[in-house]
Ligand binder design. Structure first.
Ligand code: ATP
Ligand code: MG
Length: 258
């Protein structure tokens, strides 16, 4: 039985997209069947990474009920240099589409939740996927809450920024606790000097686990190389020996036993 993994955060720019893409690539590389969906309708990003010319349909169309999911998904397997399979579903980045999505009412969002929940049968089961991974918008956007409702595992990405840590803690109590999902924190972009010894790494984990009252699955340093790549690289594929890629491989393993 496949699992739905949602990557979420309180604040923007914490690394959700980068981590979603690399996590999907890590599983595909391992031989798994993976589908990655861009549920960040506020600022779609996956189209810039995957540069897929393949589909005329977007996830927006699927949620609107104007096409089936099969029309949206593009097979990225040939480009991902993996032993498994990778499918990608994009959100529409056109200005008109961003406006349209931000103006949806509650009734539409409820129907969209139904469409999202039905992906469990159509995509996860029929396509025999091992993982369905959702990249989301930060904060309490409806599309992100819908994604969390449909998830098996929620990974919350936080930086050490005080407003991020406090906001994440509030979300733990006011959002994640309600849904009783398997939830864990990824601390990302942590300054390297906080992590130079195992003792320091353990103390960072301890500090944030006691603040969030959730397990910290991984503490990932801030790498200048990653920033420099400007979102143009899939590290797991393009630079598998990079420490960032190794952290992602480790996250993939930990999720399996989580
Ligand atoms: N560990 C890291 N070290 C250095 N740079 C990182 C790291 N993780 C992410 N970044 C960089 O931070 C920037 C923001 O990352 P990303 O776009 O993945 O965040 P996001 O949470 O998806 O943002 P948004 O909320 O706007 O969707 C990117 O330039 C990315 O390459
Ligand atoms: Mg993003």
């Amino acid at each position: 039985m496949g699992r739905i993994i949602v990557i979420h955060s309180y604040k923007g720019g914490t690394g959700k997209t980068l981590l979603s893409v690399n996590l999907a690539a890590a599983y595909a590389k391992e031989g798994k069947r993976v589908c990655l969906l861009d549920l960040d309708f506020r600022a779609p990003s996956l189209q810039s990474i995957f540069r897929l010319g393949g589909s005329k349909y977007w996830l927006n169309d699927y949620l609107n009920g104007s096409c089936e999911i099969g029309k949206v998904l593009v097979d990225y397997t040939p480009e991902c240099e993996c032993n498994g399979n990778m499918y990608v579903g994009l959100a529409n980045p056109a200005t008109e589409a961003l406006r349209d999505m931000s103006a949806k009412d509650r009734k539409w969002e409820m129907r969209a939740l139904g469409r999202l929940l039905s992906l469990k049968n159509t995509v996860l089961n029929d396509m025999e996927l091992d993982y369905l991974i959702y990249d989301t918008s930060p904060g309490l956007q409806y599309s992100s809450i819908n994604a969390i409702v449909s998830a098996d595992v929620v990974l919350v990405v936080s930086t050490i920024d005080r407003s991020d840590v406090e906001g994440t803690t509030r979300m733990v109590h006011e959002l994640y606790d309600l849904f009783e999902k398997k939830t864990a924190i990824l601390m990302n972009k942590v300054p390297c000097e906080f992590l130079s010894t195992q003792l320091e790494r353990d103390s960072v984990i301890k500090r944030f686990e006691s603040t969030h009252t959730l397990p910290v699955l991984k503490v990932i340093p801030c790498y200048c190389d990653v920033l420099r790549a400007g979102g143009s690289k899939i590290f797991v594929r393009d630079e598998p020996e990079h420490a960032f890629a190794k952290h992602v491989n480790d996250i993939a393993l930990k999720i399996d036993s989580f």
